[in-house]
Design a protein around this ligand. Structure first.
Ligand SMILES: CC(C)(COP(=O)(O)OP(=O)(O)OC[C@H]1O[C@@H](n2cnc3c(N)ncnc32)[C@H](O)[C@@H]1OP(=O)(O)O)[C@@H](O)C(=O)NCCC(=O)NCCS
Length: 332
């Protein structure tokens, strides 16, 4: 029988430094009222010094491994979903592997922007189902603040740094990750991009080549694309799992903008009580946002054993997707 892929541990980490909307008022022409009304964000955490993606990922991972009672050396795979790794090489996953002493783990970074965590759930489920791995660490970790133009008010108010991790284990019982729906559309790539530093515009050859080292975004276009994409992916994943919207106990979407989340929930006909939003405290942490929100939801007592959770995300590329997970309680 195909083993189920259960989430047995979870943990998150955000850097201590908090950047409030009031702080941003002193940096660009904006206001707390504009940011909160348009996005739902009050504050976000930002890295300082050398603590970037792999360091935050390691801290989140240790918490998740502790909950799952799994040792680093027992991991078969480490997947780090990120658009902001410490380096191109070594990957963030290699750095996390070293920190955790996860000697036998297969290690790779996954680039699917804000949808990276949902993509990672699909890959982890596949590795478990095929028998290729029994214990997997999946982390969404981002240091987007290093790729933000802090003079561009259209982007700098939106993002935050952080990491969220889950441990996924093969099990003969339980449902775990029940289904995933993944999508992409490169034709829309211009609306959200980070071009500088890649092979076309490598740092060593940079003159005035027109590429930007910062995230560039057409916010309203991303907004319009994100809402139907996330809603449709959630419906698709639910249908694949043989479930209906009425079966959803909690919707834990990517936290890009509270208005996007509310519009997706409205399209789905989900009551607000079944929608988890914590963007006010973290901003958009890209691939880290769903696992951070999941930890937050569990800590707030919003998730119980047997609950049906739906995750949905949309990000640059464009990439998007959804996953349905039956929640299992941690090991005793
Ligand atoms: C970015 C976003 C918050 C902007 O909200 P919006 O309601 O679409 O606002 P607009 O971009 O139309 O801008 C409205 C006005 O506010 C201004 N504005 C933009 N950013 C501002 C800021 N931080 N403070 C004050 N005013 C701002 C604009 O310049 C514009 O002014 P104008 O009317 O004089 O031209 C919203 O489009 C969004 O969240 N999009 C999705 C982005 C996203 O989620 N990206 C990541 C995907 S993973």
């Amino acid at each position: 029988m195909t083993p189920a892929a259960l989430i047995t541990g979870w943990g998150y980490y955000v850097p201590p430094k908090v950047l409030t909307n009031a702080d941003l008022e002193a940096m660009v022409q904006t206001s707390d009222a504009w940011i909160y009304e348009r996005t739902g964000i009050r504050e976000r955490h930002i890295v300082e010094g050398d603590e970037v993606t792999s360091g935050m990922a390691t801290k989140a991972a240790k918490e998740a491994l502790g909950r799952a009672k799994v040792k680093g050396e027992d991991l078969d795979a480490i997947i780090i979903a990120t658009t902001s790794p410490d380096y191109f090489l070594p990957t963030a996953a290699c750095l996390v592997q070293e920190s955790l002493g996860a000697r036998k783990a297969a290690v790779f970074d996954l680039g699917a922007a804000c949808a990276g965590f949902v993509y990672g759930l699909a890959i982890a489920r596949g590795l478990v189902a095929s028998g290729a791995a029994r214990k997997i660490l999946l982390v969404g970790a981002e240091t987007i603040s290093r790729f933000i133009d802090w003079t561009d008010r259209a982007t700098c108010v939106l993002f935050g740094d952080g990491a969220g991790a889950v441990v996924i284990e093969a099990s003969a019982a339980g449902a775990g990750i029940q289904s995933t729906a993944l999508h992409g559309d490169g034709r829309q790539k211009r609306h959200l991009r980070l071009e500088g530093g890649g092979a076309l515009h490598p740092a060593a050859r940079r003159g005035d080549d027109g590429a930007s080292d910062f995230i560039q975004m057409n916010g309203p276009e991303v907004f319009k694309l994100a809402v139907p994409a996330m809603a449709d992916a959630a419906k698709e994943a639910l249908a694949q799992a043989g479930l209906r919207l009425e079966d959803v106990d909690l919707f834990v979407p990517h936290q890009a903008n509270a208005r996007i989340i509310e519009a997706v929930a409205k399209r789905l006909g989900l009551d607000r009580s079944k929608v988890f939003i914590d963007i006010d405290r973290f901003g958009n942490t890209s691939a880290a946002s769903i696992p951070i929100a999941l930890c937050d939801a569990v800590a707030q007592g919003r998730v119980r054993k047997g609950d049906t959770l739906v995750f949905a995300a949309f990000g640059g590329g464009m990439t998007w997707g959804a996953a349905v997970v039956e929640w299992s309680s941690p090991k005793r």
